[in-house]
Every structure is written in structure tokens, then in C-alpha cells.
Design a protein around this ligand. Structure first.
Ligand code: GLC
Length: 630
């Protein structure tokens, strides 16, 4: 039997046995989820092949690459639902009866409190003797009750257990117009998961974590190319398929999409990062640390880290990714080192460090992680930050400096400062730019990256407060009629043509190109509570509450002031529902937000102070050279 470190190292080195070891779950006898090989839970009737000839490639045989030795195990591990319909039906009933009543109780209490506050002490609803009827009435009236009901309805089951939430459940959508919105997206589930955690519903989150772990890539392929292990899928779907060799029975399979079917074939770099963040929140909220301590979960964390920390050609500590690798999953000119990915990367590193079991085998990985954290936070805080003072500095930059001590390290031409920004930058406040490359600063304000920089403490306290100052100062641009603009400003005219490829979905002030996404409310709320400025979130939630339910929970809104429901927006979009619900729940119980944010790390602060103290002129180069050991 292998020790845990051996197992982890095997997995990290790419050897297969760790995933096949029947001992992997030995430490978790209560775990109901069977151990399976990573990848699709159940293959459809493909020919098995460990090698791939050209002709088979054309036939798409690579979906089966590497499965030769796994078939027997897969057959014994797949979920055999005699009749999937009836099995899941019963199980869903079981799940809903007990846990939901627990959650209802919480909502009831919240509503009770709300009524008490609202009615100024006249507790009619709670004391009139017909508690159920009255609370029912109140629940029916409240937008968050509707959100909670819709969230429950969006739950997806796999063999009778809740494993995630569907991206959108718009009854008016049918056939091909559904696209992949009938799938469970990893990133979309995060606010759902947070809502369930806040409501004391831990099971679905635990199942989600463990099932997606099983899907973590080890055989994903596209046109005969298998990139590194550790990638989490963008989404997965539960499919009911006929059972092999038995026409009268069906079985359910979990079918992940790593981007090989996604529109634009974009790789979801953010999925694994979000997975780590949710795993940590699960432990903090439920108090159940046994999930993160499991060997397979530890291995999963390490695989994600290894993929992110792998050496490449890049000179920067930021993650280099392609366009569309995150929430903005279409061409929007964010390839390179987009802020959103960096903030999630930083957050995932901090969360992983908290959860990784110390053991000899992972010392190198933890050292690499620590070095990267320091380098990354220095890089973002120093080079991505803009406020009026910094902008003025860039405006006066000299260019073409060849030296270690260059002030204008990235050779930014001052003419790049967009005319809109000169007017837009407020006296008080600042933000992190969207991207930084040689001779290129993308000055657009990207909301998720900025908000998550606050939540993860990638931003300093001063910067965090300044970002919130900017949000307040630019309220009519960033919030207006519906929070929250995904980025500001929109690309227009020739820029839109060149950068998006004239994308008809991303026209100016629509969708990813300056559209407004209600799901961002929850990240805004965590950030505001963390910085002790909840009133900003409360104001945004109030704006959303005015119309979000009446508008049927759209995925996004269009126009500069978010006046219209988005051109192609789904209705009853789950993460709009969950984002709103989480925001409401957190405002009522701000202490719970602690389970989501990361406090500033003293070691990182010390290391950064040393960098700054050592030599303000040459800061960065000297110390990074000393500490950046990979
Ligand atoms: C869109 C969004 C993406 C989201 C998906 C499902 O593609 O851009 O971020 O995950 O829809 O809601």
C-alpha cells in the first residue's frame, strides 16, 4: 500500500496508479461517492485505443485515449440506475424533504427578523398563532424567497444525489437555443454553492466538489492533443444513456466539457481555481475538514497547482492564458495576463496553502507556491495599479529604456492612455488595470478581477478601499440600473471589430462587452463587507431588487445604464439568482463573509516590505531574484 505522499507524488509525476488505487478512499469510510478514474464517469460505446493513428484521429477517437486499462474498473464503478427516472425521483424527494426544511427554517428566521425590523417591533407575523400560513405569505412576497425556490429547482442530480445546478432554467428556451446552458458550469456553481453553504446545505457542495474532482482532466483531448493534467472542466452534464447490452435499462453518466466542445474551444483556466476556493469555503462554513484532508482531494489540489506553477517561457509571475479562459469566455482581447485570472490564481494559492497537508513530498510545491504568491502580489500591486497620480506618471513616461532600473519597465507609450480614462479617473480612488503586456496596458476596468483582488487580499488595504471609492465615484457607470458592469468601458467601432472579431453577441454595452451581470453582486458584497463598507453593497442590492425578479432573473443587461434585459440573455439564469441570494444572506449575516475572504497574509506583507525597503529604485528585480525559486 502506498503512503499518502507517495500517492500524491505519483499523481503529480503523471503516473497513473494513484488514481486507480482502491485504497484511496480508505480514510473516508463514510464517503458514498465511489472511487473512479478521472474523466467522464462512463464512456459511451467507443472503441478502446491507447494509441492513435491518423485515420482514427479523424474519427475523433481521442476521447478514448488511455482507457484501455480502465474499462473493467469503469464498468464496475459507473452508476447503474435501473431506471434513472425513478431512482433520481425518489432520491430528490429524500434530499428535499429534510435539508430544505432546515433551510426554510433559516429563511423563516431571516424573514421574521425582517418583518420585525420593518414593522418596527409589531411582530404580527411571528405571533399571530398561524405561523405557517403567515410565514408562507411573507415568503411568497419576498424576492429572496423566490430566489431560494428557483435555486432549489435548478439542482441537478446524478444517480439521485444533488451534484450541482443547471446554468439556466428558462422555460421559454427550447431545443438548440438552449446551447450548453443545460449544463452544470463550474464557475456558475460557485455562487450556488456559497448560497447552499450559507443556508447550511452542505451536502450538495460536498458532492459537487467530489464529483468534479473525479472529472478533473487526465485524458482531455482536442484533435489529438492532450494538454497537461489537472484541468477542471468548464462544465458537465448528466446524461441518461441506455445501459450497455441491456435495452431495457438506462444509466447516468457524467460528461465533462473541457472546452473541446465549448463555443470557441476555450480552456477554462478559472475552473480549478474556483474549485479550490469553494473547497476552502466548504471547510470553513461546514466545519467538515475531512473532505479537504482526503488523499484524492489533496492530490486534486496539487494537480491544479502543478499545472498553474509549471515553468513556461514567461517572464512574469502572472498566469499566461488565452482569450476567453474565464467568465468572459469569448474573444474580448483579454489574452495574456488578465486580472481576473490573476486574482483567482492568487486566491487559490492562498486557499490551497491553508489546506495542503504538510508532508515531505510536497515541500517543493509549497516552496514554489510561496515564492509565487510573493512575486505575484508584488507584480499586481505595483504594475497593475492606476490612480490619478500613477496615471500622471505614465503620462510622462520616457520610453525605450534599456536597463535593469528602468522606470517604464514594460515600455508603455504614454499615447496609449485612452482619452476616456483621462476624464474618467476620479480624484479619489483607483483600480487594477485589466491586463499588462510589453508595451500594452489594458486600461479597461474589469469588475470581477478588482472585486476578487479585494476579497483575496491581493490588493493592499489602501488599494481595496480605493477600488471601493472608485465604485462609489463611478456609480452611474458601474451600477446604474443594474449591478454590475462586467467591464468598463465597452469596445466600440474599429476596436470592437478588431478585438472581438466583430462579435455580434459582444456588441458595445452588451454581454461581455460592457454588459451588466447581476451575479457579480455576491463578490461585490463580500468585498464591501470585508472593507467594512456594507452600505455600498446594500445600495447595489436595492437597485437590483427593484426589477430582477420582475425581469425573470436575466443573465445580463445591456446598454450603458443597464436599462434593457440583454439581447440574448437567458432568463432564470442560476448564477444571477444565486448571486443575488448570497448578497442578501451576507448582508443579513456579515460575519459569514469571513468564510469566503482571505485575510492579508503576514508573511507576504513582510516579504513585500523587505522588497520595498531594500531598494525602492530597484525594487522587484533584486529581491525577486533572491526569493523566486521554482
Ligand atoms: C456564458 C458566460 C460564462 C458562463 C456561461 C454559463 O458563456 O460567458 O461565464 O459560465 O455562460 O452561464
Amino acid at each position: 500500500m502506498m503512503g499518502s505522499s507517495e500517492v500524491a507524488m505519483h499523481a503529480l509525476s503523471g503516473a497513473v496508479p494513484a488514481r486507480f488505487s482502491p485504497n484511496l478512499f480508505a480514510n473516508a469510510p463514510h464517503v458514498a461517492i465511489p472511487y473512479k478514474a478521472r474523466g467522464k464517469y462512463r464512456r459511451k460505446s467507443h472503441a478502446l485505443s491507447a494509441s492513435c493513428s491518423t485515420s482514427r484521429m479523424r474519427n475523433g477517437c481521442l476521447r478514448d485515449y488511455g482507457f484501455r486499462n480502465m474499462n473493467n474498473r469503469l464498468l464496475s464503478l459507473k452508476c447503474k440506475c435501473q431506471r434513472a427516472e425513478s431512482t433520481s425521483g425518489d432520491a430528490s424527494k429524500t434530499w428535499f424533504t429534510e435539508p430544505v426544511s432546515k433551510a426554510d427554517q433559516i429563511l423563516g428566521e431571516l424573514n421574521g427578523q425582517k418583518v420585525v425590523d420593518f414593522e418596527n417591533g409589531s411582530v404580527i407575523m411571528l405571533n399571530d398563532g398561524s405561523v405557517n400560513q403567515s410565514s408562507e405569505k411573507t415568503r411568497g412576497n419576498s424576492v429572496e424567497d423566490e430566489a431560494w425556490r428557483l435555486l432549489q429547482e435548478s439542482v441537478v442530480y446524478y444517480c439521485g444525489t444533488p451534484v450541482g445546478t443547471i446554468a439556466a432554467k428558462d422555460p421559454s428556451d427550447s431545443g438548440s437555443s438552449v446551447l450548453n446552458y443545460d449544463q452544470v458550469f463550474i464557475r456558475d456553481f460557485i455562487p450556488s454553492g456559497m448560497a447552499f453553504l450559507l443556508m447550511g446545505e452542505y451536502e450538495i457542495v460536498r458532492n459537487f466538489i467530489l464529483h468534479t474532482l473525479q472529472l478533473q482532466s487526465w485524458e482531455k483531448t482536442m484533435d489529438c492533443h492532450s494538454p497537461g493534467q489537472g484541468l477542471m472542466p468548464a462544465s458537465f452534464k448528466v446524461r441518461t444513456v441506455p445501459l450497455d447490452g441491456d435495452d431495457s435499462a438506462t444509466e447516468e453518466v457524467l460528461d465533462p466539457d473541457f472546452g473541446e466542445a465549448a463555443i470557441g474551444r476555450v480552456a477554462p483556466v478559472d475552473s480549478g481555481l474556483w474549485w479550490i476556493i469553494l473547497l476552502r469555503a466548504y471547510g470553513k462554513c461546514s466545519g467538515d475538514l475531512s473532505v479537504q484532508e482526503r488523499i484524492d482531494v489533496q492530490t486534486g489540489i496539487k494537480m491544479i497547482l502543478k499545472l498553474c506553477l509549471a515553468d513556461g517561457f514567461d517572464m512574469f509571475p502572472t498566469l499566461l492564458v488565452t482569450d476567453g479562459s474565464c467568465m468572459i469566455d469569448r474573444r474580448m482581447g483579454i489574452h495574456g495576463h488578465p486580472l481576473e485570472i490573476q486574482a483567482l490564481f492568487y486566491s487559490a494559492l492562498v486557499c490551497a496553502r491553508e489546506m495542503l497537508a504538510p508532508e515531505d513530498g510536497s515541500a517543493d510545491l509549497i516552496r514554489a507556491l510561496n515564492n509565487r504568491l510573493i512575486a505575484l502580489s508584488f507584480h499586481i500591486r505595483e504594475y497593475y495599479w492606476v490612480d490619478k497620480r500613477k496615471l500622471n506618471e505614465i503620462y510622462r513616461y520616457k520610453t525605450e529604456e534599456y536597463s535593469y532600473d528602468a522606470v517604464n519597465k514594460f515600455n508603455i507609450y504614454p499615447d496609449q492612455i485612452s482619452p476616456w480614462l483621462v476624464e474618467w479617473m476620479p480624484e479619489k480612488g483607483g483600480y487594477f488595470i485589466g491586463n499588462l503586456q510589453p508595451a500594452h496596458m489594458d486600461f479597461r476596468f474589469f469588475s470581477l478581477g478588482n472585486l476578487w483582488s479585494i476579497v483575496s487580499s491581493l490588493a493592499t488595504t489602501h488599494q481595496s478601499l480605493a477600488i471601493l471609492d472608485l465604485i462609489e465615484a463611478k456609480w452611474s457607470d458601474l451600477v446604474a440600473d443594474m449591478p454590475f458592469k462586467i467591464c468598463y468601458p465597452a469596445l466600440e467601432g474599429q476596436e470592437w471589430q478588431i478585438i472581438t472579431g466583430s462579435d455580434p453577441k459582444n456588441t458595445p454595452w452588451s454581454y461581455h462587452n460592457g454588459g451588466s451581470w447581476p451575479t457579480l453582486l455576491w463578490q461585490l458584497t463580500v468585498a464591501c463587507i470585508k472593507m467594512n463598507r456594507p452600505e455600498i453593497a446594500a445600495r447595489a442590492i436595492e437597485a437590483a431588487e427593484k426589477r430582477i425578479a420582475a425581469d425573470r432573473w436575466p443573465e445580463y443587461y445591456d446598454t450603458k445604464r443597464a436599462r434593457f434585459i440583454g439581447k440574448q440573455a437567458r432568463l432564470y439564469q442560476t448564477w444571477s439568482i444565486a448571486g443575488f441570494l448570497v448578497a442578501k444572506l451576507l448582508l443579513k449575516n456579515p460575519d459569514a463573509a469571513r468564510n469566503i475572504w482571505n485575510d492579508e497574509d503576514a508573511d507576504i506583507v513582510n516579504a513585500l516590505n523587505i522588497i520595498v525597503d531594500s531598494n525602492p529604485r530597484k525594487r522587484g528585480r533584486k529581491v525577486l531574484k533572491k526569493t523566486y525559486i521554482i
